[in-house]
Design a protein around this ligand. Structure first.
Ligand code: FES
Ligand code: FES
Length: 178
């Protein structure tokens, strides 16, 4: 896929002139995207503004809320603090890539069943951080779940349903391997 904006100069949000755009290649959810961006454009902005992958949410933009979490090489990172030009050739997973072949990931299913989301704004980041944890640790303790999700803030749920959903998913994934 190829996405481009007008190459040249334009005003940024801060009123400064943008430098010439650079063509970069990103691997997102198993697809290859080419997009023309300024070197200061964050992955969060690229996902939402250039690629229409708006499942990744825009929160504080300063690394404090975790709502912009995506996976790079299966590790959670904050897309608001990551420049697109830095991550070419790396494997990027957004919430749109969690479902496989029309089937929800088990962590998504557990969030639904346990009603671990209310407004849902934090949920994409929570799901991806939870997936990264479960990929590395099949049977996390409550403390390990809390630690893994400590960078993801939620204003609604009180966190317990989220923790229970991760525990339920771990138990199901464990059971499916027996
Ligand atoms: S939007 Fe990235 S941490 Fe808040
Ligand atoms: S469900 Fe609303 S912020 Fe978490």
């Amino acid at each position: 896929m190829f996405y481009t904006g007008a190459v040249g100069t334009a005003k940024t949000k801060g009123g400064l002139l943008e430098s010439q755009k650079t063509l970069i290649t990103l691997q997102i959810n198993g697809e290859r995207y080419e997009v023309a961006v300024t070197v200061n454009k964050t992955l969060l902005e690229i996902l939402r503004e250039d690629l229409d992958l708006t499942g990744t949410k825009h929160g504080c933009e300063v690394g404090e809320c975790g709502t912009c979490t995506v996976l790079i090489n299966d590790q959670p990172i904050l897309s608001c603090l990551t420049l697109g030009v830095e991550i070419q050739g790396q494997k990027i997973t957004t919430i749109e890539g969690l479902e496989q072949n029309g089937k929800l990931h088990p962590i998504q299913q557990a969030f639904i069943e346990l009603q671990a989301a209310q407004c849902g704004y934090c949920t994409p980041g929570m799901l991806l951080s939870s997936k990264a944890l479960l990929d590395e640790n099949k049977n996390p303790s409550q403390d390990e779940i809390k630690e893994a999700l400590s960078g993801n803030l939620c204003r609604c749920t009180g966190y317990w349903k989220i923790i229970e959903a991760v525990e339920l998913t771990a138990s199901r994934l464990g059971a499916s391997k027996e």
